[in-house]
Design a protein around this ligand. Structure first.
Ligand SMILES: [Zn+2]
Ligand SMILES: [Zn+2]
Length: 354
């Protein structure tokens, strides 16, 4: 099942030069590449062809896993944000609504964990639940406070910085742990196919301390309609598996698509295929959308195939025809990311941020 691959350095260089343009880099063809011009990448489950952007650099380095094993890791550096802007094409957002009368399809989403109407919802609704619980987030004119820094509660949306890069260390030979590792709030899960970090639950409104994820107690971070946003340092990241978020919006529990017309429509994301390869977890195992695509028949893992507590199992996939352990996004969970990992990983929550 291990893949072996030679990547011409010219291709890597071309990826570097066009890092802001995500879907053109795979068309670069290197010619007359000599043996000395190649970087040998073997074993493991990383393959640049499975990503929609090429890394700015990739290498194989020595690393130590959290279980103490000395092994080798892929060292992959990606542009930190490759899925659009908040202006122009407008592929990212919306985030904080102006007021309680803002249409929900023009408002971002949030996960409220207080007493009144908790859960994953439009920020138009979350703000009202928060206000009912005593968080003063709506002013006397019905405007939703945003920005932060004062005495009130706020809807938070941070500007992102597209000049940033992010480096991941991912084991080349994944190893199973003795027991599942549960992802902590905003803990790193892995890297999406656009090179963007995938993280666990966004910060709690009710218990987060100031500084964690940029929020203080009583502030709610805004997520866009593909489940992403920027942290206070400007790094865009996912709290959902975006390729599969529309199954959450269409689910009976949320029904956001029918009720409000909300769906992930960012053209940088293959959101129309919830069976798609969606990235690599930091333990080196692949992550897929909510459904399997076996023999062209889409099946819900929980119905047709046994999955473990991390929503993972082993079988052949289009990318790994000999079989591979892999995670699936939750079909209706919000967030829909796997809640735990079965493999060992390099123990640094935010990888290396450069
Ligand atoms: Zn976040
Ligand atoms: Zn599967």
């Amino acid at each position: 099942m291990f893949k072996s691959k030679s990547i011409p350095t010219l291709m890597l260089f071309s990826g570097l030069m066009s890092c802001g343009s995500s879907d053109t880099t795979n068309t670069v063809v290197a010619d007359d590449t000599s043996e000395s011009d190649t970087v040998e990448v073997s074993e493991g489950y990383y393959d640049a062809d499975m990503f929609t952007v090429l890394p700015l650099s990739e290498d194989t380095v020595s690393c130590t896993l959290e279980n103490g094993t000395s092994t080798t890791c892929y060292e992959l550096t990606f542009a930190a944000n490759t899925v659009g802007d908040t202006e122009g094409e407008g592929t990212i957002g919306p985030y904080c609504p102006d007021s309680i009368t803002t249409p929900r399809n023009e408002a971002g989403l949030g996960v409220y964990d207080g007493a009144t109407n908790p859960g994953f919802q439009s920020l138009v609704d979350a703000a009202q639940g928060m206000d009912a619980d005593g968080y003063d987030i709506i002013d006397e004119d019905g405007n939703i406070r945003s920005g932060g820094g004062g005495a009130y509660s706020y809807c938070l949306s941070m500007p992102f910085d597209s000049s940033l890069t992010i480096t991941y260390l991912i084991p080349t030979s994944p190893e199973f742990r003795s027991e599942a590792y549960y992802i902590e709030t905003v803990g790193s899960i892995g890297v999406g196919i656009n090179g963007i970090p995938i993280k666990g639950d966004p910060p709690s409104v009710t218990t987060a301390e100031a500084g964690i994820g940029g929020t203080g107690s009583g502030n709610i971070p805004a997520l866009d309609h593909c489940g992403g946003h920027a942290d206070p340092a400007g790094y865009y990241h996912w709290h959902f598996i975006p390729q599969s978020i529309n199954t959450v919006f269409e689910s009976q529990e949320y029904d956001f698509t029918d009720l409000y017309g909300i769906s992930c429509t960012n053209f940088h994301i293959e959101y129309e295929d919830p069976t798609a390869f969606a990235g690599l977890a930091k333990d080196g195992f692949p992550i897929y959308g909510a459904y399997d695509d076996l023999d062209s028949i889409s099946t819900v893992p929980s119905e047709s195939a046994e999955v473990d507590e991390c929503n993972g199992h082993t079988h052949a996939t289009p990318e790994f025809p000999d079989g591979v352990y892999h995670y699936h996004a939750l079909e209706t969970g919000a967030p829909n990311v796997p809640v735990c990992l079965m493999g060992s990983f390099v123990d640094r929550n935010d990888f290396t941020v450069q």
